[in-house]
Design a protein around this ligand. Structure first.
Ligand SMILES: NC(=O)c1ccc[n+]([C@@H]2O[C@H](COP(=O)([O-])OP(=O)(O)OC[C@H]3O[C@@H](n4cnc5c(N)ncnc54)[C@H](OP(=O)(O)O)[C@@H]3O)[C@@H](O)[C@H]2O)c1
Length: 231
């Protein structure tokens, strides 16, 4: 059975990914900060463990709960922008964001995915698995000329894209594929009600794309529909 680890699996895109994979018979291991409140995730049939991706003290026991089971897919989905760490909506630019906010966003969006993949490296090797780092179009240096009001978020997704390239190089000899993905503009708490895609549409697109990847795709930046995103 396919085993899929998803972070931030309790709501938004992460929940839709958990539901998508569970509905196709995969075993989903969902990480979230408040397992007792993760009712929809529990209903999907997922195995749930506590996970705060901002803290090694949480990532290490999460990985320990997975143990030595082979892991086919790790989806680093949990992510925040500076509003989640106290920034005003209109004070998130490069001249306004505080050092604490910038570091906190970077910690969740970049350091967490780095540490989780380090902790699950043997599990991924055992399955010749796939890592999907959920990035954003605003992590593209090209697109950021036009898009994004949150300097910490833009920067963190650009760093996540670079981490993807470095993880892909490190894992290439093991046959582990690593990609970063723009999930589309998704109707979630982060994306807002006016966004283009239902979480389920984005999730099914991402799952479809991940199922087709080969080692030739490792290190790519892809959209939810499988098209290549410019760096
Ligand atoms: N929505 C969009 O249009 C869009 C576009 C481009 C990229 N993305 C990316 O897609 C991913 C999912 O976004 P979304 O739209 O589903 O956002 P969302 O609705 O705000 O959900 C964010 C998820 O991340 C979790 N999370 C936040 N901080 C965490 C931490 N420290 N440890 C563990 N989990 C944490 C949240 O858990 P809690 O419930 O505990 O807060 C929640 O499950 C993110 O990486 C985001 O940057 C989204």
């Amino acid at each position: 059975m396919t085993t899929v680890v998803i972070t931030g699996a309790n709501r938004g895109l992460g929940l839709a990914l958990a539901q998508q994979y569970s509905s196709t018979g995969a075993h989903v291991i969902g990480g979230c900060r408040k397992p007792d409140d993760a009712h929809a995730l529990r209903e999907s049939g997922a195995e749930i463990h506590s996970l705060d991706t901002s803290s090694d003290a949480s990532i290490v026991p999460f990985a320990a709960a997975i143990g030595d089971r082979p892991v086919d897919v790790v989806i680093n989905n949990a992510g925040i922008d500076a509003r989640a760490v106290g920034a005003d909506d209109d004070a998130r630019g490069a001249l306004d964001v505080t050092a604490e906010q910038y570091l906190a966003v970077t910690n969740v969006n970049v350091v967490g995915p780095m540490r989780l993949v380090q902790m699950l490296a043997a599990n991924l090797r055992a399955a010749h698995g796939t890592v999907a780092n959920i990035s954003s179009q605003v992590g593209s240096l090209e697109a950021a000329q036009r898009l994004g009001r949150d300097a910490s978020y833009n920067s963190s997704k650009a760093a996540l894209n670079m981490l993807t390239v470095k993880q892909s190089q490190a894992f290439r000899p093991d046959g582990v594929v690593v990609v970063c993905m723009h999930p589309g503009w998704v109707r979630s708490d982060m994306g807002g009600k006016g966004a283009d895609l239902e979480p389920a549409e984005a999730a099914s697109g991402i799952a479809r794309v991940l199922a087709t990847l080969t080692i030739d795709d490792t290190g790519s930046f892809l959209r939810w529909d499988g098209s290549v995103h410019p760096w």
